[in-house]
Design a protein around this ligand. Sequence first.
Ligand SMILES: Cc1cc2nc3c(=O)[nH]c(=O)nc-3n(C[C@H](O)[C@H](O)[C@H](O)COP(=O)(O)OP(=O)(O)OC[C@H]3O[C@@H](n4cnc5c(N)ncnc54)[C@H](O)[C@@H]3O)c2cc1C
Ligand code: SF4
Length: 381
Amino acid sequence: MNRFAVASPRTITEAAVAMSTTVASAMTLATGTAEPGDAAIVKAGGIDLLDLLKEGLLRPARVVNLADVPGLADVTEEKDGGLRIGPMVTLAALAAHRLVHERYPALAEALSSAASPQIRNVATLGGNLLQRPRCWYFRSNAYHCLRKGGGHCFAVAGANQYHAIFNNMACAIVHPSTAALVLVALGANIEIANAAGTARRLALEDFFVPPERDLQRENDLQPHEIVTAIRLPKPSASLHMAHLKQAEKDSFDWPLADVAVALELSAGGACTRAAIVLGAAAAVPYRAKTAEGLLTGKRIDEKLAAEAAHAAGLHLRSDLPPAMTGEDFGWMLQTCPGAYVWIGNGPGADLHNDGYDFNDAILPAAATYLASVARRALAEG
Ligand SMILES: Cc1cc2nc3c(=O)[nH]c(=O)nc-3n(C[C@H](O)[C@H](O)[C@H](O)COP(=O)(O)OP(=O)(O)OC[C@H]3O[C@@H](n4cnc5c(N)ncnc54)[C@H](O)[C@@H]3O)c2cc1C
Ligand code: SF4
């Protein structure tokens, strides 16, 4: 970690003036160099930021700590019945907030399912929405991948088990924020202020930037901009919502898959609005629009729900199963053309899985095959 100065602004404008660049730009510039840059970046709880600093992926000259800006952790009911949530509220405090429990139970559930109690006591909602992706190549200083300004995506041929299943051709990260799914399903807005004191507000869904729009940032935050609030609309009496998360571990683990659903039903039981948002599936919280369209205007029964679930996965490339291969191979293939050959794996569990059972009897045949490939390559010069 490099040495850096710390700024403790007392107002939002002071903070925006002090913050010279987004973490995404600072990382792109810092990666691949040993020099500290002149970046001044924002810190909230610091959970994600410290990871990046310790890995040497980020070398700021100054860290702008938002902890002393008054009001940024407030949660207030608005005149229209909506909720205004300050970005510095911790995940634990927001999950325990009475109005969140009563009116947005799916959000309380999602917040409580993220990370561990210790992390939730420090991590803030703003930081959660703006945390950088978990792709292991991205998180390692050894891999200068596309998202950090390099020329190659290591996940394509490398270890991509936890990567995107939708829209994954440019960069296959999955969106890391659990809270974002529910907030998008509930139609939340995000409020941002800049150094000139001007505020802008946009739908949270539009704040997230997919790789096809920009490979090197995940959101629309600009230099000298601070997130000042998340606004939730008042829930209608007919709103039903749920969040489900599946992870490998029950505690402190990002989801393998999760989903947030918000449905509004008419007095007769027909669905008047459906939002189905998939997590850990794409680079941004992914709206399953075909499934939403199937539900809208109809009464939902078991059969229709099953059809919608199927429709939510219609764009899956079933011919490309996720692979758990070797990152060193991904790196090697950049410079040396090659191919993966699986021999002796059988139809059982995948590599790096407890149930994996290699067929040792295949080794002589595999060695013969490898030798024949080498002989042919040598003969062809
Ligand atoms: C073991 C583990 C498990 C985890 N599991 C999950 C999980 O299941 N689900 C999940 O969602 N998360 C999970 N996390 C991630 C964790 O929730 C985030 O790292 C945390 O929420 C980040 O919040 P923070 O306040 O510490 O942000 P920081 O690290 O301080 O900041 C994160 C980013 O946000 C920017 N930022 C913060 N606030 C503002 C603001 N107001 N204006 C402008 N920019 C801002 C910072 O500049 C930085 O780029 C896990 C983390 C760990 C370590
Ligand atoms: S998916 Fe590829 S380009 Fe995207 S962060 Fe990972 S290695 Fe980098």
